[in-house]
Design a binder for this molecule. Structure first.
Ligand SMILES: Cc1cc2nc3c(=O)[nH]c(=O)nc-3n(C[C@H](O)[C@H](O)[C@H](O)COP(=O)(O)OP(=O)(O)OC[C@H]3O[C@@H](n4cnc5c(N)ncnc54)[C@H](O)[C@@H]3O)c2cc1C
Length: 440
């Protein structure tokens, strides 16, 4: 049984923080240092790159603004699943062709397998559970779409996704008045992301990589044959740099990032443990990872200690009134989707940044016009598997083990600037209103 710490309420105030012992605070960078590679960001992407490079004998440091797992890697829902883009399979085929879409799908599956294999080989118990994820139709017409998706996935990708009728859902513990059928994808599993990211950082340290905490990079400039990264109390000079700040990246370090990504909010609430009677009253007993078919989707799962994790997308502005409204809306959605639990208390409530890009695909590669600077960012809200594998791929690009063209095409496109970047959030707000209307 998972032991929660109630004595320390930490920076994020999340369930994950309470589930581990005090997160390690790595020492701050003070003074000057020289490394082969400097990685900006201590999440799945940056740490995966650092681990792989260190294992290849490269001298590496990770510069993290706060502490390992401070970003989305320590805040997410723990759905280690397919994803990384907002383009669906049909759009991917139209844009990149069937072969590239297949390659991209295989890459996502490889990402999931990589995380599973890491946990196993490190002997880490990250509260892993269940197999696959289910998409739940929130309207009758969405069930028809799910059925056609199942055929499409079988025909083009050879994926055996299982269609579940409303009766199947009720029989298998996916009870809810607003679910009209489902599609179960056989890939993925659930985990405690904070335990995973802490273990990953441990691997970096054990292999000899250096992690600096409280060391936000405020400037990146060229200095002879090296890049110079400036923090509050020090400088790192490195031949190569990895940008892995994702939704937490500063737009001025480097300036190339300005206007090229769009951080938005996703929020999570976790209830107190539910009793057998409460689970039966709602008819929800499955621990499979689930999401609904809304564009602004909800994602949820019953965790090993029988708390219910419920996540929402759609927050744009990070100020107190906007965050309070997001929290209120999330709770109202939870109550209407799971009415039998309307009185069940939420014990943890937090949010984090996910990173969107204009092309709706991630970028894993060298930044144009900045030789030796690489980026691995833009997972569109699904980064456990994608950031993990892509961090390793960036390491491969740096050591020359792989070439850019070895990556699936959807990952090769450098981020383009958003039109009128200063208004990115405002027009996204418009899009969200439209999505909210379409989701009804
Ligand atoms: C609420 C929520 C739920 C989610 N649920 C899921 C899910 O269930 N499944 C899934 O696959 N994905 C999910 N995601 C997305 C997933 O968490 C992210 O895609 C993934 O963690 C990104 O990893 P990363 O290493 O790229 O970035 P992050 O984990 O965000 O790490 C970036 C780090 O860079 C640091 N940083 C940024 N700029 C600088 C700088 N200038 N100097 C130094 N450090 C810097 C930040 O402090 C941060 O720690 C969710 C995200 C959120 C917010």
């Amino acid at each position: 049984m998972l032991q929660l710490r109630t004595d320390v309420r930490k920076t994020i105030d999340s369930y994950w923080e309470a589930s581990i012992s005090q997160p390690r605070q790595d020492k701050q960078l003070i003074g000057n240092a020289l490394f082969d590679v400097a990685v900006i960001g201590g999440g799945f992407a940056g740490l995966s790159a650092a681990m792989k490079l260190t294992q290849a004998g490269v001298s590496v440091c990770v510069l993290e603004a706060e502490h390992v797992g401070y970003g989305a890697s320590g805040r997410n829902g723990g759905f280690c699943c397919l994803g990384g883009t907002k383009l669906d399979e049909r759009q991917l085929i139209r844009k990149y062709g069937l072969e590239e879409a297949r390659k991209f799908m295989a890459y996502q599956v490889a990402g999931i397998n990589l995380v599973a294999q890491r946990l196993e080989s490190w002997g880490i118990d990250a509260d892993r559970h269940s197999q696959g994820e289910i998409s739940l139709a929130h309207r009758q017409k969405d069930f028809s779409s799910l059925k056609s998706d199942a055929e499409f996935l079988k025909e083009h990708f050879g994926i055996n996704a299982r269609v579940l009728t409303k009766a199947d859902l009720d029989a298998e513990g996916y009870g809810g008045p607003g679910f009209f059928g489902g599609l179960h994808m056989p890939y993925g599993f659930a985990l405690n992301p904070m335990k995973y990211v802490q273990a990953l950082a441990g691997q970096v340290r054990n292999a000899g990589g250096k992690i600096f905490g409280k060391s936000a990079v405020t400037d990146l400039s060229r200095d002879g044959d090296r890049w110079c990264l400036e923090t509050k109390h020090g400088f790192v000079r490195a031949k190569k740099v990895v940008l892995a700040g994702n939704g937490y990246a500063r737009e001025d370090a480097p300036k190339w990032l300005h206007g090229r990504t769009l951080p938005v909010m996703s929020s999570i609430q976790v209830t107190r443990p539910l009793s057998d009677d409460e689970l039966a009253a709602q008819g929800w007993t499955s621990n499979t990872m689930a999401a609904d078919t809304r564009i602004l989707l909800h994602y949820f799962r019953l965790m090993p200690d029988r708390r219910f994790l419920f996540g929402t997308r759609g927050g744009i502005f990070e100020n107190a009134p906007a965050l309070a409204a997001m929290r209120k809306r999330a709770r109202a959605d939870f109550q209407s989707m799971f009415p039998a639990w309307a009185g069940v208390e939420t014990e943890f409530n937090w949010y984090g940044h996910v990173c969107l890009a204009r092309a709706l695909t991630p970028f894993v590669g060298e930044v144009p016009g900045m030789e030796g600077v690489f980026a691995a960012m833009g997972w569109h809200g699904s980064g456990i598997a994608m950031a993990s594998i892509s961090g390793e791929k960036i390491a491969g690009l740096i050591t020359g083990a792989i070439r850019p063209q070895d990556l699936p095409k959807p990952l090769q496109q450098p981020f383009r600037k958003f039109p009128f970047p200063a208004f990115r959030r405002v027009y996204l707000q418009g899009a969200y209103w439209l999505y909210g209307w379409k989701d009804r």
